[in-house]
Each structure stands twice: as C-alpha cells, then as structure tokens.
Design a protein around this ligand. Structure first.
Ligand SMILES: [Zn+2]
Length: 425
C-alpha cells in the first residue's frame, strides 16, 4: 500500500515534469514562430507602405572626404555614421529629410551673411548626392515625388533647414531656399534667434516667444509651402507659432514631456494644441529625450570638460579639430557608457501621443547623425524594429502606415494647398 503510493507519487511527478517541459518547449517554439511572423509582417509592411524620417544630420557626412553615402558602412563603427543609402534600403526606409543645419552665431549682418553661405554649401552637397547616385536616390520636393521614387526602387531625399539663422533679416531668402528644395524650416536651434526663442538657450532663459519678424517668416513659409517646424522652439514660441500659422505645423524631431521631462519635448497641452492645428509630432530617437538617464556625475563632468574645451560638436568648422574632439568624445563614451533608451521606450512615446490626441498626429523623426539612436534601432538599418514593436503592441497596418508617412504627408499636402490659396490672392 505504502510502496504503491510512493510509486504513484513518483509516476505523477514524472508526468508533471514531462508536461511542464513540453509546455515550455512548445511555448518557446511559439514565441520563436510569433517573433519570426512579426519580423516577416514588418518587412511586408515596409514593402507596401511609404516610410519617411523627417530629421537627420547626415548632410555633415556628405561634406567628408573619407566617407561616401553610396557605400555601406559597418554600423558597429562610430565613424560610419547612422545613415547611408545601402543601409536605408536594408532598414526599409524610403524617404529621408536631410537637414541643412547652421549653428547659431552672431545676429549681425556679417553673421547672417556667413550663415547664408553655409546654408548654400549644405544645400549644394545634398543636390550633389542626387547627381552622384542617380540610380540609388532622387531629390524629392513633394509627397508625390516620394511615392514615385519608391515605385522606382530609389530612396527619396527631401531637404529641411534646421535653424532659421540663414534667413537673417531677409524674407526674400526663404524663396531662394524654397527654390533650392527646402520644404521645412526649423525656426531656431539651441539658442534664441531673430525669429523666435529657443527651448534651451542657457544664456537667456526668458521666453520671448515669436518675434514680429518671426511672424512674417511663418506667414511667408505658409505662402511658399515650406512647413514650419517647432522642434527646438520654446513653449512661448510654440504657442505663438500655432496661433500665427495659416497651415498645420510640424515638430520634426521631438518627444513627449509627460514621459521624459526635457524642454525639447512637448507637454500634453502642446500635443493638444498641435492636434487642434492639424499638425504632427515626429518622435525623436535621441536617448535623452526618450528616457531620463540615470545620474552619472563622472560622465557629466567629463562631458562638461570636453564641451568647455571644444564647444558644440556640430558647430566646429575645422575638420581636424572635429576629428580630435570626436576621438576624445568616444573615449569618454567608452569609459562612462551612456544609459540608453531602447525601442520599447521609444514606442512608449508613440503610444502616449496616440492616447492623448490620437494616432493621426504622430510620426518618426530620428535625428540620426545629430545624436539620435536607441538600443534596438541605433542606425537606419534597424528601422524594421520600430515597426515590429508597433505590431507587438497591436497597431494595425493602417495605423502603422499613418505613423510612417500618412500623418506627415497629410500635413505636407495641406501646407501645399494653403500655399496655393495664399499665393493666388
Ligand atoms: Zn535638432
């Protein structure tokens, strides 16, 4: 009797273990199959849907003599940059806005003239890319150009201008830049300028919003069909722009302040104002805007030291000095690794916008080569992983299409329509 019981217990235990193991094996197979299915579905969606990234600073690399956008560069190496045309194809990204960035300098006629020259050089290197690689990429000036280029199997290169500094005090220059392909204008960068106040000007933290000249710039952009971009603008500037603009506005690379408290991000009230205006926020991949990093005082100290010695990385004119600064920067990064956000943190921002104002007001603006990159999507070849996460969270293909291009293109088309109406007057 007792022996029989022991035997029974043993048999039952063996049976339990066998069942548990089978369930574990089966569920791990199911997870693997599900993940393979998610990946296949993501790739399928990228084949069907136009994908647009509204901000990168890759134009800097176009100026380099040791780098060519037509070559594939190893993503593991920092000097490779985050974007080249072969990796765009790999990651399933169809269209990229290349920013012509000019750092803020003195607000004087001389300063403005230098900024204008720099902008023209930046514009030229983007046009040159189109001439150098006609089989891989085409310049795009309208939504239709991007759809056509996708059909042709080529990447689309749009142009945005980051910082209105090169406009100086001369409204007529906006037409010059428009004619050279500029389709959005980020009104300011990290410092206040003649157009508006910046969200991060440490020298002058007062928020004066949009200036009278800035109001004219916004209206001239609306008349020409240049999208007005409020990324980098202060809260006061944002409010003034939304009020003044005759067409919907964009935030080409910003995140949600409710999830990551940073002046560069938009509060929920700002999201509501943007949606009421018919605009769109393009979620930025810059880790510090996505998730607050854990405190790392040693790293902050080392970075501060570097900054006081070299200034803003992107504003370095001398290539040799920039290379040296980059080397030092890499050494600091290696010694004190950055606490980086990942794709899940990033998609939390998309979820947040969808929850607060709806899925019709959110898109993607990586800021690759300007500091953008998260774990799981650290260069353009990883773009599929964002779509995979959206699928896992239950977004339909219709919604994913809106996020990747539908919402932004709606704003772009409306801006073109408004421009037509205003110019006809
Ligand atoms: Zn920026």
């Amino acid at each position: 009797m007792v022996r029989g019981n022991v035997k029974n217990i043993k048999n039952t235990a063996v049976a339990f273990v066998t069942i548990a193991l089978s369930i574990a094996v089966l569920s791990s197979c199911r997870v693997k199959l599900y993940e393979r299915d998610v990946e296949a579905r993501a790739r399928e969606i990228h084949r069907r849907v136009l994908t647009v990234d509204t901000h990168c600073d890759t134009a800097f690399n176009l100026l380099r003599k040791d780098w060519s956008i037509g070559d594939r560069h190893d993503p593991a190496l920092r000097a490779s940059g985050k974007i080249d045309l072969p990796r765009m194809a790999e990651g399933g990204l169809d269209a990229e806005f290349f920013a012509v960035f000019v750092g803020q300098g003195p607000r004087t006629p001389e300063g403005n003239a230098i900024a204008r020259e720099e902008a023209l050089v930046g514009l030229e290197v983007i046009h040159k890319m189109g001439r150098d690689y006609p089989g891989l990429v085409g310049l795009a000036f309208s939504p239709e150009d991007a759809y056509r280029l996708k059909k042709e199997g080529r990447r689309a290169a749009f142009i945005g201008m980051e910082n209105g500094y090169p406009v100086g005090r001369d409204l007529a220059l906006l037409k010059t830049y428009y004619d050279r392909g500029v389709r959005y204008l980020t009104l300011c960068h990290s410092q206040d300028n003649d157009i508006c106040d910046s969200s991060t000007d440490r020298d002058d933290p007062r928020d004066g919003g949009l200036s009278d000249f800035g109001r004219q710039v916004v209206l001239e952009c609306n008349r020409l069909g240049i999208l007005v971009d409020v990324s980098h603008a202060s809260d006061g500037s944002f409010a003034d722009v939304v009020k003044a603009a005759r067409a919907p506005v964009i935030a080409s690379h910003s995140c949600c302040r409710a999830l990551c408290d940073n002046p560069r991000n938009l509060s929920d009230d700002m999201l509501r104002a943007l949606a009421a205006n018919g605009g769109v926020i393009q979620i930025c991949f810059l880790s510090n805007y996505v998730r607050k990093p854990r405190p790392n005082p040693e790293r902050d100290e080392a970075m501060k030291e570097l900054e006081s010695k070299y200034g803003n990385f992107r504003e370095m004119k001398d290539e040799a000095i920039r290379a040296k600064a980059r080397q030092k920067y890499e050494a600091v990064m290696e010694k004190y690794p950055q606490d980086k956000a990942d794709v899940k943190d990033l998609v939390d921002h998309i979820d947040h916008v969808a929850r607060v104002v709806g899925v019709d007001y959110v898109g993607i603006g990586t800021d690759f080569d300007g500091g953008g990159g998260v774990i799981g999507c650290d260069d353009v070849s990883g773009m599929f992983h964002v779509t995979e996460e959206l699928i896992r969270r239950g977004y339909s293909e219709k919604d994913i299409a809106k996020i990747w291009s539908g919402n932004f293109m709606r704003v772009f088309r409306t801006a073109i329509e408004v421009s037509g109406r205003l110019s006809a007057k």
